[in-house]
Ligand binder design. Sequence first.
Ligand code: ADP
Ligand code: MG
Length: 229
Amino acid sequence: MSGGAIEITGVTVRYRDVLALDDVSLTVAPGRVTALIGMNGSGKSTLFKSITGLVRPDAGTVLLAGGSPAAARRRGLVGYVPQSEDVDWTFPVSVRDVVMMGRYGRLGITRRPRAADRAAVDEALERVELTDLADRQIGALSGGQRKRAFVARGIAQDAGILLLDEPFAGIQARARPENRAGSLNPRPRRVRFTAAATAPAPDCRRRSPPPPHHASPPRPRRSARRRRR
Ligand SMILES: Nc1ncnc2c1ncn2[C@@H]1O[C@H](COP(=O)(O)OP(=O)(O)O)[C@@H](O)[C@H]1O
Ligand SMILES: [Mg+2]
């Protein structure tokens, strides 16, 4: 892999008259756990949505392992744990169904899971300690358990890049991903795994100290803010 696992260059995203990201550049090397910390509304989720292809930048480029977000999606390269607010928790699916979604890209035309898919799902559930709750509706879990179900989906997907949006919300200090992020690597022998996580800035929501590596939070530049007035 040349360059970074994630290479973002000059990305600008607007929602109508809101400038959410202004000329953001960032490179995350393979095999790293990286935290992105910023105030509420500073554009962390928008940056993740640009990486997953859910939001198309107005300018700039996003490369994942050298390819486009669409190509990465087809290859199942990116596992995404969305912010809780972005998920419809009333959807009638079980925890096991959610984790199986990580295998969808590999299922044949019949869309029927094979033994290998079921085994990958069981293993992922075990890794996040949700085996006992596998048949429960996803919305009937606690906040931390829901996060773990989505992490299991990324593990079952064998995603090379795992994005966790506000993974600390609802998770006990002892089990927080910044303490366990290294253990999330489903294939410790491989170095291509990259995890990126967002967290609100410590001074705006009182939380424990930030995780290991920090990237600058994307913030609209002063000049851009002036332009909009
Ligand atoms: N769908 C949307 N439509 C309009 N504005 C949005 C939308 N999503 C986010 N925003 C705005 O974009 C900015 C960045 O939001 P977001 O990426 O969610 O920040 P963060 O995740 O850091 O809290 C905020 O000003 C927010 O209000
Ligand atoms: Mg957010």
